[in-house]
Design a protein around this ligand. Structure first.
Ligand code: SF4
Length: 336
C-alpha cells in the first residue's frame, strides 16, 4: 500500500537512514493520484528540517551567449542558432547594481552567472574580484550572500574569488551520469564532478542540481539524487525544461505539474537536510500548482528573471510565500 510505503520512508528519514536507490525508484513511480499522500510526507520532512523559512536567490547573467559547450537545452550555446543576447563580461558596477536590485526584491542569495566553459585568470577575474569586493563593502548588501556560477573553473581562480569574499559556488551536473552524453558531448561528466569536489574542498557552500524534462528516465532522476548525496551538496537547484527555439530540445514537451512535484518530493526524501531551490521553468511547467512546491519539499526558489527568460513578478512570489505562512530566510540562518 502506498501509504504504508510512505510512512516507512518517513521513519527511515527521521531515523537518519538514507533512502535507497530502489526505494527512490518506487517512490517516483507511484501513481499520480497518490500525489497528496506523497506531499503529506514531504511537508512533514521539509518543515522538520527547514522550518517555515524560504531561501530566495536571484541571479545576474553577467556574460551571455557564445558558449563553447553544446548542452542541448541551452540557448547560450554557440552550436545553436537562437535569439539569445550575446555580450562579454559586464563591468563590476553593473554587477553590483544587479545585486542591489536583488536585495531590494528580498533575495538573500545573489549569483553572478557567466556562459562559457569556465573563467580563467585575466580581465574577467579582475572584474569579478572588484564586484565581489564592492558587494562585500556595500552596507545595503550586508544581508546578501555572494555566489557565482562560472563553469568549469580552476582551483586557483576559485581560491582567488573566495579570498575576495565569494561564499557560495554553483555548478550543475544537469542530469544523471548515465544520461549526460545525450545532453552534452563537449566535456565529460567527471569534469563537472571535479569542479564540485574542488569547491567543497575550498569550503564553499556548494549549490548543484540539474534540469529535468530533458528526456531522462525517472530512474535517472533517482541516479542524479544519489550522486548529489554522495558529493554532499549543500543546495540543490531544480530546473524544469523550458524548451528554447533553435536548440535540439525546442520541441520537447513540458513535464506535468504532478511529475514536477514528484521530482521535488524525491529530492526531499533522498536529501532531507539539504536546501532544495526551485529555479528555471517553474511557472511554465507547474502553472497554477506552483504553490505546492513547498509541500513537495522545496525550501527555496529563484525570484526575478532567469538567465535568458522572464520570471514571475517578484511581488506575486513574495505574496505566495506569505499566503502559505512561510517567510523569507535571513542571512545567518544557513543550514547545511
Ligand atoms: S549550460 Fe552552461 S555550459 Fe552548457 S551551453 Fe549553456 S552556458 Fe554553456
Amino acid at each position: 500500500m502506498p501509504q504504508e510505503f510512505l510512512l516507512d520512508l518517513e521513519k527511515k528519514v527521521f531515523a537518519g537512514q538514507d533512502i535507497s536507490y530502489e526505494d527512490g525508484c518506487r517512490l517516483i513511480n507511484l501513481p499520480d493520484n497518490r500525489i497528496f499522500d506523497i506531499l503529506a510526507s514531504t511537508e512533514k520532512i521539509r518543515s522538520h528540517f527547514k522550518g517555515a523559512e524560504v531561501n530566495l536567490c536571484s541571479i545576474v547573467n553577467a556574460k551571455s551567449g557564445l558558449c563553447q559547450e553544446d548542452c542541448s537545452f541551452c540557448s547560450q550555446s554557440s552550436f545553436y542558432n537562437t535569439d539569445v543576447k550575446t555580450y562579454p563580461m559586464l563591468n563590476s558596477k553593473s554587477i553590483i547594481d544587479a545585486a542591489i536590485n536583488a536585495a531590494k526584491n528580498g533575495a538573500r542569495e545573489f549569483s553572478i552567472v557567466t556562459s562559457g566553459t569556465g573563467i580563467d585568470h585575466g580581465k574577467d577575474v579582475d572584474i569579478l574580484v572588484d564586484a565581489i569586493n564592492g558587494m562585500k563593502e556595500n552596507a545595503a548588501l550586508a544581508s546578501l550572500e555572494r555566489c557565482a556560477s562560472l563553469g568549469i573553473t580552476k582551483r586557483d581562480v576559485l581560491l582567488k574569488l573566495k579570498d575576495a569574499g565569494l561564499e557560495s559556488y554553483h555548478h550543475n551536473l544537469e542530469t544523471a551520469r548515465s544520461f549526460f552524453p545525450n545532453i552534452c558531448t563537449t566535456h565529460d561528466y567527471e569534469d563537472d564532478v571535479k569542479v564540485i569536489r574542488t569547491a567543497k574542498e575550498l569550503g564553499f557552500y556548494v549549490c548543484c542540481g540539474g534540469v529535468f524534462g530533458l528526456g531522462e528516465s525517472r530512474e535517472q532522476r533517482v541516479e542524479l539524487a544519489a550522486t548529489l548525496r554522495e558529493l554532499d551538496i549543500d543546495s540543490i537547484p531544480i530546473n524544469f525544461l523550458n524548451p528554447r527555439a533553435g536548440t535540439p530540445l525546442e520541441k520537447a514537451n513540458y513535464l506535468s505539474p504532478i511529475e514536477c512535484l514528484k521530482i521535488i518530493a524525491l529530492y526531499r526524501f533522498m536529501l532531507p537536510k539539504k536546501d532544495i531551490v526551485i529555479c528555471g521553468g517553474r511557472q511554465v511547467n507547474l502553472r497554477d500548482m506552483q504553490c505546492l512546491i513547498f509541500a513537495a519539499g522545496a525550501n527555496g526558489m529563484m525570484i526575478g528573471n532567469y538567465l535568458t527568460t522572464t520570471g514571475m513578478p517578484v511581488e506575486d512570489d513574495l505574496n505566495m510565500i506569505k499566503d502559505l505562512g512561510l517567510k523569507p530566510r535571513g542571512r545567518a540562518n544557513k543550514k547545511t
